[in-house]
Write a new protein. Sequence first.
Lengths: 717, 260
Amino acid sequence: MRVLISISALLICCICSAQYRISGTVNDKRGNPVFAANVYIKSDPGRGVATDFDGQYNLQFTSLTDTLIVSHISYKQRYFVVEDIDLSSNFTIVLYDKTRTIKEIIVTAGDPVSEQFSAVKLKQMQIYLNPVAQGDPLKAITVLPASTTVNETANPSLRGSVADRSRVVLNGVPVYNPVRANQLNNQGFFSLFNTSIIDKQYVYASNPPLTQGNTSAGLVEIYTLQQLERNQLSISTSLASTGLFLSHKIKGAKSFIQLYGNYQFSDAFVTIQRDKLPTIKSFYTKDIGVNLHSKTGKKTEMNSYNYYIDEAFNGNYNVYNYSGDIATNKQRFFSVNNLKYYTTKGILSINNGINISDQTFGFGSINSDQKVKQIYGSINYKWLLSESLNIQIGVTCDHQEHRFNDNISMLYSDVNTNLLVHRADTAINNTILEGYIYNKWSVTDRLWLSAGLRTNIPVNNIKSYYSAQLALRYDLSKGKSLLLSGGKYNSFSVPNYYNKSYNLLSAYQLALDFTMDYKNITVKPALYYKIEDGDNVIDNIYNADKTETFGVELYAEYSFLTYLKLMFANSYINQSIRVGNKEYKGASNFNYLLKTTLQYNNPKLFSVSVTYVARPGTYYTPVNGAGYNNLYNIYQPNYDINKYSSQYNSYNRVDISLNRYIKLKRYAIVAFATVNNIFNTKNQSSAYYNKDYTAKMFNHYQYRTVYVGVVWQLNIN
Amino acid sequence: MRHSLTKVLLLGLFMISINQNITANEINSAKTENVTESLDSIQTRIYGSFIKSIITNSAEPITDMSDVLNRVNKKRNSSIVKYWIAYQRYYQSIYYLKVGNKDMSEESIDEAIDTIESIKTKNSDDYALLSIMTGFSLQFKGMRAMFIASSIKKCAIQAIAADSTNIRAYYAYGSNDYYTPEQYGGGKEAERYLLKAISLTSQKIENRYLPSWGEPESYELLIKLYIRKKEMVKAERYYNIAIAKFPANRSIGYLKKRFK
């Protein structure tokens, strides 16, 4: 019996300590061996092994009633019941790529699908530190060679095209006329956007991605913050404004609200430099904005930005043979609302925009009341097919209504009398309904291709049209990339007092952009060529049927001695227009468009920058005498038959800006001062004449002006 | 800057403490071994070569490791090899900074970042290392640092999103928050993320080819955070836990003098 018990005990002991062995290979789904995968038994991870470079493993274990686990940080973990495995032969295990988590999608796939094809990306901090931006996101663009804005406004003109062909888009919703009082001297009048709500902005100087429509030149895409870094209260005051900005997290760190309001006034600003502001009598703007960002669930987030502005201006102005008082008043409200739903396969986004404005304008015999209503909606799906292939599809609808209640003169140049004026009530509307598909393919680590197609779904007798584009980006090496893009694009002009219609404009574009970023040097040369078609109104009277533009750009940036940065931008633009069968020079025809800035930025001391802008004058069509109309006792100008045959004097301007950041525990103070056009250069902006058009005079851009202010910031826990 | 020379020296002392058993022979032997063997205990061997470089005041040991990894990379181009090449360049950068050669230090860290960025499908560890290295590189970037800084946090978030059980991902996030000045929103989340880090294991099972760093670093930073916040009771409690787990870690041991 004792012998039997001993044998039994020995047998049990042997069974308990029996060694089993499993070996084989771990591969990925493409059959490639997986190196360093963990292979172990659930109850005994200590004996686990890692696969070698050929994916091979050899694991010893003691229990058949257990689970085999194979894991790797890049792959989905797999489990196998040991009893089901044939231990006598090699056991091959296939690991599958991890499915991206919702969190990963939110972090990695939230950027625009076309991101690699933008010429410039600016983060919020870059806007604040931009030497010419004065804290304004659209002003920040003007330092780029691609910005060919020549009238000192913040409304972007890109690569020689008129501003009306480009679009500014906030969170996927177009914001038309995105500037304050753009007909005025720009001091104090910037874009409608507050940089504190902005996360980043992309500038597509040419070939705007067809995820957005209604642009036939370039695109500026602005995105609001996704996450608030800190609660903060800012109070600002300056020579012409006072404002308050509050950012606060709600529901922990996942949602936040930003509230702000500003009041701009002219009293002090105009009084101390009246001789430098001869065209301004008084102005004010009052605005209020609310930006609410909410993560309503693990997969859902929404953003709602609402903005209201009331602005007024009184001054004087000169046009044709009339000089007189000008008065404008405008109230505008717009709302941009976004909803995003994330899945592991893609992102569904629904965007909505509402814009309502009422503007009155009085100048001589002109008395205009313009009411605008716009509603925009889009539904988009960004489909993350694989690591290398993304497709975005969508439908957009942009409905616009313009109503003009104007005094209109039978003679366009008669601003002086009311003799030929009649009252007209003009109501027009346009519905742009379009569908699009855009795909981006990462062919290799260095090569991306994108293709887009966008077509309208004709509504209200609009003719059919389509837009199409192709782009290729190749990274030659780290920091060196080449972007070749081309396509056909369509947009509608925005109606105004002189042109009360939605003209369909189109353009063919080809552009080559190169970027070299090496250590502290950035160089960006570019070439582009475009043909723009469609009725483009010039001089308020003629339609340019076709505009051809060829441009060469160079941007260089050099950082040195820790705190110094030199920026240089230059453009050569050869532009011609066709009116009827005749060809003329274009208005933006520059042998040089130079912008250079030297910036010293030491956060512990101060920041100062000097900017110099120079270009030849723009071209205009002069008046050669006038005809006298006996019936109405007025002179009618005779424009030169050669369009754009005269040129304003060359433009030169030097600006200096200075700011100092002072940190005091929870408080910070930012003091700033700018002097624009420090040498008080009289840069000509437009020509006007005496009563019988025998003498020519000029309106000028901004003279030397000084602006100072201070911002007090309080970080709130 | 965020990573001071003092921190680098402390890190060096810590590494001396845990890598005294690494010999030059072991490093050199890798030259003749096969690919898998070349990556055996690679983290420890890179540490070792770094320490030897500091002790001998010579770049040769750490650059020799570079040669080993480059040879492996030529034979088998894989993301793991790229990870270790980046890791080696990171310590090479620290070494050059320690000996005052800022140009070579910057070149090494830029090379490290480029290497990890070249991994097409990055995993959690890749993002965590990229976050740490980008933070280290800021000291060389002058005005550009302001524009790079946001990518450090984004990488750390991506690391956590890709694997919510990766200790190094939480360390990267906590480290970024710890070194971000308060006026830029830093210092508020470090505690939460470092506490999460020390609740995790550095590896699921012992795997000598994959990274295992993160735990002592997380303890060290957590203790420093409490010291900075003058929460000395908590600081001492975690010091005691850390020193019990890593008795030879001089970087943690160095903190003892802060407690009376």
